[in-house]
Design a protein around this ligand. Structure first.
Ligand code: SF4
Length: 161
């Protein structure tokens, strides 16, 4: 059987712009990628998704509540590699803007933080789990993403160098 890269694509607190960039890339690459990649978890392509053993998890967005933190840790446990996608996942910003609010503004939004069980601070992925690769940019830099994906396909023995 031909080996395929088992991939998950996840999105946390963000505008999902890198997911949009990724779906645009599918216009050009879908028929090549589908021969090489087994999309195990990807809500933009499939309605039924189960988080199971992954080779690579691509994770977009910052972490702003405990539920997402728990899910992110689960993703890490089940993935050989985790790639942070876009600035929010890599360094928290701009999703983490409220971390820099002054005291008065924090007091004003406090009821919302409590109501939606948000964390005191919005965190980039590497404050919670080990991240193997970064694809920076707001949204993600396409060229860097394509290079990281290509390198992973080689590393996992799906294609030759
Ligand atoms: S990094 Fe930028 S483009 Fe990506 S989700 Fe965050 S705000 Fe949107």
């Amino acid at each position: 059987m031909v080996k395929k890269l088992r991939v998950g694509w996840f999105s946390f607190t963000c505008g999902e712009d890198s997911t949009i960039v990724f779906s645009e890339l599918l216009n050009d690459h879908y028929f090549d990628w589908i021969k090489l990649i087994d999309f195990k978890y990807i809500k933009i392509l499939k309605s039924k998704n189960v988080l199971d053993k992954l080779d690579v998890a691509f994770v977009e967005g910052a972490i702003s509540n405990d539920k997402d933190e728990k899910f992110l840790k689960d993703i890490r446990k089940k993935s050989k590699k985790v790639v942070a996608i876009g600035s929010c996942a890599c360094n928290g910003m701009p999703s983490a803007q409220r971390n820099d609010f002054d005291k008065k503004t924090v007091n004003e939004i406090n009821f919302l933080l409590k109501k939606f069980r948000h964390k005191k601070k919005v965190l980039p992925l590497n404050k919670i789990i080990k991240v193997d690769e970064l694809v920076n940019g707001c949204p993600m830099q396409e060229k860097v993403f394509l290079k990281v994906l290509n390198d992973l396909l080689i590393e996992f023995g799906v294609i030759n160098a």
